[in-house]
Design a protein around this ligand. Structure first.
Ligand SMILES: Nc1nc2c(ncn2[C@@H]2O[C@H](COP(=O)(O)OP(=O)(O)OP(=O)(O)O)[C@@H](O)[C@H]2O)c(=O)[nH]1
Ligand SMILES: [Mg+2]
Length: 351
């Protein structure tokens, strides 16, 4: 099985590069040879730090629930419910989580805060059980085409830059396509990312038909054997029917040029918008059939519980999470690492 972001030469039988392929600390990109266990620890620590707002609003508050209390009673469970909803786990996910907790409490299986936190963590993790088979794979032949969609300002272009960087560092050649022709600044922004990462960008003038940019890009790509083509699209409100129709058209054009493409239709969601991202995921999925999600800005929000909520409500894999504005602030989403980082400062450390 071909792993994702794997060095081409080590393509078979090794786990995906995932977090090991990233840089640590603020010094920027470091040589891959220096990366090992220590680096992994550093990366985990950074993830933990970047999720601190959510941890404070969720796990630390759960800890505080027990101050001055010796047992788990109905009042405490009501408070827990409120905490989970406030951290944006959503009503249904929260109820689902608490159903099991309540049953365990009534069976006297949960008697102290430790046990309760541990049960919460396990149950949250179980919402990601279906993740086993979701790894992205390159097509047998031709480029892997990713179309990136989302509402305005969620971090599409930034995520594309960071993703391109990941691909390049894992030995892939990348082409970026500026199909967001709505603003001149959007085109320039993608070009800047292209320069930064050292990859080609196909762009036309502001106001050009996005589909025509895609035609040009595919013609440009055809003789050049790119491994990955990433298409930036204009931010659009998920509730605007005509804009969603435009996306469908772009989709058709891509498919006409490369059969089976786009292989990945990736929705970028801004985690700070909390529950609104649920309706964004729903409507974009209905319009263009999503194959992957990215949750950005997890560093700036106490509402990181949305990650758990999304996985509970949609069986669309979260490919990456954004935990900052820098090039290396895009992480592969690894459910157990995420949950572990959320709970890491608390006393509950077991899996
Ligand atoms: N803190 C933080 N900021 C982020 C993250 N991802 C993106 N941003 C910031 O979010 C802002 C918007 O990012 P863009 O990439 O321009 O968003 P966009 O979706 O392309 O926006 P439009 O093209 O206008 O729809 C920028 O200031 C980014 O630096 C993240 O993971 N964390
Ligand atoms: Mg953009």
């Amino acid at each position: 099985m071909l792993g994702w972001f794997k060095k081409k030469k080590t393509a078979e039988d090794t786990p995906p590069i995932s977090l090991q392929g990233e840089e640590s600390g603020s010094a920027g990109i470091v040589a891959e040879e220096e990366q090992g266990k220590d680096n992994r620890k550093g990366l985990f620590k950074r993830l933990q730090e970047r999720l601190s707002k959510t941890r404070d609003s969720l796990v630390s508050r759960v800890d505080n629930l027990f101050l001055g209390k010796k047992q788990i009673d109905a009042e405490l469970l009501d408070e827990l419910e409120e905490i989970l909803i406030t951290a944006d786990l959503g009503v249904y996910t929260t109820l689902d989580l608490l159903d099991e907790i309540r049953a365990k409490v009534s069976r006297q299986e949960l008697k102290d805060p430790q046990a309760l936190k541990s049960a919460l963590k396990k149950r949250m993790l179980s919402f990601f059980d279906w993740y086993e088979t979701t790894e992205m794979k390159f097509p047998e032949k031709g480029p892997f085409v990713i179309m990136v969609v989302g509402v305005n300002g969620v971090g599409k272009t930034t995520t594309i830059g960071k993703m391109a960087n990941k691909f390049v560092r894992s030995g892939r050649s990348v082409l970026l396509v500026a199909a967001d022709t709505f603003r001149a600044a959007a085109i320039d922004q993608l070009k800047v990312w292209g320069e930064r990462v050292g990859v080609d960008v196909v762009a036309k003038e502001q106001g050009a038909d996005p589909s025509s940019v895609i035609y040009d890009a595919m013609d440009y790509a055809a003789p050049r054997n790119f491994d990955v083509i990433i298409i930036d699209t204009a931010g659009r409100l998920h509730t605007k029917v005509n804009l969603m129709e435009e996306l469908k058209k772009i989709n058709r054009v891509i498919n006409k040029k490369i059969a089976g493409a786009p292989h990945e239709t990736m929705l970028i969601l801004d985690a700070t918008t909390g529950q609104n991202s649920i309706s964004q995921a729903k409507l974009f999925n209905e319009a263009v059939g999503l194959t992957g999600l990215v949750l950005t800005k997890l560093d700036g929000t106490a509402k990181g519980g949305i990650v758990v909520n999304i996985s509970h409500d949609f069986k669309i894999p979260i490919r990456f999470i954004g935990i900052g504005e820098k090039l290396d602030d895009l992480r592969d989403f690894v459910p157990h690492e995420f949950i572990e980082a959320l709970f890491a400062n608390g006393a509950s450390q077991e899996q």
